[in-house]
Design a protein around this ligand. Structure first.
Ligand SMILES: Cc1cc2nc3c(=O)[nH]c(=O)nc-3n(C[C@H](O)[C@H](O)[C@H](O)COP(=O)(O)OP(=O)(O)OC[C@H]3O[C@@H](n4cnc5c(N)ncnc54)[C@H](O)[C@@H]3O)c2cc1C
Length: 501
């Protein structure tokens, strides 16, 4: 994978080192993935284990993961940036949400500042890993510049995100071969796509569609969001005077901590409020929509979802930009189903025809565990979908392995950071006690299974049996609740339902 990015002068040396590593000493920890989770993992592991010998391997040619891959117009965070950034490296911007390139640069800068960048090897695609119970070591298979290589590590930490990079979810539409225009999936936005004056139809109504549309609207001829069913939208101010005040009054790290906690707790409270009072929250969100959309706009057809607020992720619209684009006549919305794609656009079941030069299929992600790498223990394949997750990040009967997955109802980092602190503590405990193996086990029990990611969203449902499951009791439960998880972290017992040898 090149991405046209220079890997830097040391890349070849590092690849040579990787091959040497395979022949020499095992690593203490191999982190797979140099996105937000991988950088946080490196920091937390070293914070607790300063002499830890770790390395990060990354399939892409740059740091950033999601924030490097997605480059569609207007790409930005859809949760507030103070909780999405690391608690240990202050976000210095003032706006509530941040652009994708700002987040990527922050991740790169952080990795440089904290000595993490020098431990990353790029262009390494991890394809599989096998744990050997005789030696308590993982042998990790990878392709480095297309050549097979192995790494040997005591502990394997998969910070690989939660979706497939090679392809997004893309249903086939009847008649799509007839279309004379251009199809674009937001995961692979062509750098040179010219949409000036063109008619654009965006299929989908998730965070991506809602971000794209106000960004494209001023230049495009027309932009229409085509949705099967509506999504809840929540306006958040781009700038918040209290944030600015705190940043001015307090040292950077202190203000970051205060703003972070304030934002995390208020998002959590809002989530709990929506869950506790669905009718009232529905009414409030509808009122906001009515107030921000043009008079007489059919809010109940286009902005009244069938589900309750927060059954699916609430879409943040900074300063209500999406509603403003509709109010200004720059964007439109159609709530309907596709009959077929024609040569010149999209024919809907209602008989309406949406003209299109460009169709953007904002149809979602294809979820995958462990970055698609296959795992085995003593040669026996681990089927992720058959496994229960221990505290949401280790797997039943799979030793010395962790997977970093964030929250879906709050910023990803809030959970990822708790996970990395817990993994760091586990590794410290193992090293102190001379243990070479830590394995959580249900000892054959099969508790009632729950989804690992709790949202009712299409992309979560589609992944169904491919992802590990959560159980119905601690430490196999996943609660999606920052406050409870943060409380638990204070009383964390590394030995709970975990055996060491
Ligand atoms: C468009 C978009 C917007 C989002 N916005 C938000 C938001 O505003 N707030 C929020 O909380 N969450 C958001 N998310 C969720 C988002 O993915 C997380 O916030 C976060 O960036 C994930 O970080 P990560 O490091 O866990 O995973 P990723 O960013 O996916 O990084 C994983 C890394 O692992 C590498 N990798 C994967 N498999 C392998 C392999 N087999 N071998 C080697 N390397 C591998 C990848 O190349 C990648 O660099 C968004 C997701 C998307 C898709």
């Amino acid at each position: 994978m090149t991405d046209g990015v220079d890997r830097g002068p040391n890349a070849d040396d590092r690849h040579r080192d990787d091959r040497d590593q395979a022949a020499n000493q095992p690593l203490d920890v191999l982190i797979v993935g140099a996105g937000l989770s991988g950088i946080d993992a490196a920091y937390r592991l070293r914070e607790r284990n300063p002499d830890l010998d770790y390395r990060i391997v990354e399939r892409r040619s740059r740091i950033g993961g999601t924030w490097d891959l997605f480059r569609y117009p207007g790409v930005r965070s859809d949760s507030d940036i103070f909780t999405l950034s690391f608690p240990w490296n202050p976000w210095r911007g003032q706006r509530t949400v941040a652009r994708g390139d700002e987040i990527r640069e922050y991740l790169e800068r952080t990795a440089e500042e904290f000595g993490i960048a020098e431990r990353i090897t790029f262009d390494v695609d991890v394809t599989g890993a096998d744990f050997d119970s005789a030696t308590d070591l993982w042998t990790v298979d990878a392709l480095v510049d297309g050549e097979p290589t192995t790494f040997v590590t005591r502990f394997l930490y998969m910070c690989t995100g939660y979706y497939r990079y090679e392809a997004g979810y893309r249903p086939e539409f009847p008649g799509e071969k007839d279309f004379r225009g251009t199809f674009v999936h937001p995961q692979f936005w062509p750098e040179d796509l010219d949409y000036e004056g063109k008619d654009v139809v965006v299929i989908g109504s998730g965070a991506t569609a809602v971000t794209l549309i106000p960004s494209m609207a001023p230049r495009a001829g027309s932009v229409t969001m085509l949705q099967r069913s509506p999504t809840y939208m929540f306006p958040l101010p781009w700038e918040d005077p209290m944030t600015k005040l705190l940043q001015r009054a307090l040292p950077a790290q202190v203000s970051h901590t205060v703003i972070r906690w304030r934002n995390a707790v208020s998002t959590m409270l809002m989530f709990l409020f929506c869950r506790a009072f669905p009718k009232l929250s529905r009414r409030l969100l509808r009122r906001i929509a009515i107030a921000m959309l043009p008079k007489g706009f059919d809010v109940d057809t286009h902005f009244k979802p069938r589900y309750e607020p927060w059954d699916q992720r609430l879409c943040v619209i900074p300063d209500g930009d999406f509603y403003t684009a509709i109010k200004d006549g720059d964007a439109d919305v159609a709530t309907d189903t596709i009959a077929r794609i024609t040569e010149t656009g999209v024919e809907l079941d209602s008989g309406r025809h949406l003209p299109a030069d460009i169709i953007v299929t904002a149809t979602g992600l294809d979820l995958v565990s462990f970055g698609g790498a296959s795992l085995s223990v003593d040669g026996e394949t681990v089927e992720p979908g058959e496994k229960y997750a221990y505290r949401g990040y280790m797997l039943d009967d799979v030793p010395n392995l962790a997977w970093s997955v964030g929250y879906t109802n709050a910023s990803w980092t809030l959970r990822v950071d708790l996970t990395s602190q817990a993994v760091a503590e586990l590794i410290e405990y193992m090293r102190r006690g001379g243990h070479t193996r830590a394995v959580p086990s249900l000892r054959g029990a099969r508790p009632e299974a729950h989804a690992l990611l709790e949202l009712d969203a299409g992309y979560v449902k589609r992944a169904g049996s491919r992802l590990p499951k959560a159980g119905d009791r601690a430490p196999w439960q996943v609660r999606h609740n920052l406050l409870l998880d943060a409380w638990d972290a204070r009383r964390y017992d590394v030995t709970e339902e975990m055996s060491f040898s």
